[in-house]
Design a protein around this ligand. Sequence first.
Ligand SMILES: Cc1cc2nc3c(=O)[nH]c(=O)nc-3n(C[C@H](O)[C@H](O)[C@H](O)COP(=O)(O)OP(=O)(O)OC[C@H]3O[C@@H](n4cnc5c(N)ncnc54)[C@H](O)[C@@H]3O)c2cc1C
Length: 511
Amino acid sequence: MVYTSEGFTWTPSAGVSHGLPTIGAVDPPTFFASSKDQIYDVIVVGAGYAGLVASRDLSTQGKKTLLVEARDRLGGRTWHSTINGFNYEMGGTWIHWHMPHIYREVSHYGLQDDWVVTQVPGGKEDYCTLTTGEQQRNISHEEEADLCGRVFRIFCNLDGNDLREKWKYVFGTKLDPQFAAEWDNLSCSDRLNQIRNQLSPEELAALEAQLVQMGGNSPDKIGFLNALLWWSLGSHTGTGLNEIALHTRLASGQSELHRRIFEHAASTGNLSYAFGYPVKSVQDKNGLVTVIARDGTAWKARSVICTVPLNVLADVQFSPSLPVEKVEASKMGTANLCNKVHIDVQGPDYLSWGSLASPGKGLVSAFADQLTPADNTHLVSFGPDPKSSLGIKLDNIDRIISAFKHLLPAEKRDEVLVNRIVAHDWNNDEFAKGTWLFAPPKLTTKYLEALQRPHGNVYFASADWSHGWRGWIDGGVQSGMEVARDVIQHQKAASNNSDGRAQNSRSQSKL
Ligand SMILES: Cc1cc2nc3c(=O)[nH]c(=O)nc-3n(C[C@H](O)[C@H](O)[C@H](O)COP(=O)(O)OP(=O)(O)OC[C@H]3O[C@@H](n4cnc5c(N)ncnc54)[C@H](O)[C@@H]3O)c2cc1C
């Protein structure tokens, strides 16, 4: 299998090795459907979901398209690595048929029966370990769902009606501005302070751990409006979000779906691509946009779709300069700087186990996913921003293991053997500088519309500023699809206008 230079794995016998096998790696990295110097209809920057879907929609509709990607692989913040026959999802993982745009891709490419379920019952250690400071209690998964759903509901139920009316059309583009402004001013810790006295210490710990897992940072950094968005996307119920967004994943892995989208686009004969080309600047002049890579290679197109994530948008130079709101938004960035770590433990016993801890010692949650072919338990664990007082860096394996062991029931810590760790350090990844979007206070109301706006002939697509499942895979697909549609319509209108002008001048010259 082909390797990417990204990600790492550790085992007790082999230690750390960087670079992992993945079907997402693109080899050879470049392909030009016609002359390298041609003027493309559209250049798409970035081959994550937004860029892949946009490239597919453009090329299947006859547009000569160039896809330029900094990395050596498909998928951006989603990709999987297969190690000893097991698929480790390094970024975006769980998708669902209640996520309409990605589900359309799943069924379009024949993967509708390709599911694996995370958090399965029936294993020996079938409970959730809840750690509240130094206290610990193992609770059944029924009690866990009840507890976590109840406290999340108290947190989000602002109007006594679970926002069913206030945020009824969660995929709509309009949100009551007064409602949005009021709640976007608050961080999750501001909201916690409003309801703290309604919660027992254990309930508070369960809620804090959930929030830190969602927002990948301490509650004072993450925006309350984003939590309300997730609540509403989770069908306005306490457990809806968990059932939709943390449950089902593709058995054959995210990179399989990327391949199918990419190969479909390539099969049109309209797609050229260049992987391993970080874009340095985008210059829009006299009706043509020039995209220049760091090594000086330049390509030209009538339009560009830029899909680089929010946290790195300001690293690309634009001419004319980006509007100040886009730059400010990028500098503000996603609050989410979490660590996601795969941990395999010896044997099948932990297949049904889960854990939540507040404050945690670097990791705040873990839950079992599946058994590996060697019959070990594969767990996924999350922890907040390594720079926060609650986080840890991923370059220290001993700290990862001790943070994980803190999540285990105290009496089991010595007997559980960690036999593999796999991770991608997204925070130190120059083409992401973070993980999924979880907006800090004020980002949404101040900058969302500005982020979605085109800038001359340059358009912007990303999960980070989509409607609907903003910050999720579904949002990336939706945004890529919508922006490709806008570009096609714009180019059609422009060519109709110029045909009209040409016809006008022909008929005038006959007179
Ligand atoms: C750890 C983690 C866990 C997640 N879990 C889930 C989940 O379970 N479910 C879910 O739905 N979502 C999840 N997400 C979120 C989801 O993965 C993202 O929201 C989505 O994949 C973003 O897609 P995108 O195309 O908008 O951006 P990206 O995937 O980031 O694509 C942007 C592309 O632009 C490229 N790029 C950046 N700079 C340049 C440059 N200068 N030149 C050229 N190319 C450049 C990048 O390399 C990248 O390939 C998770 C994300 C992470 C990181």
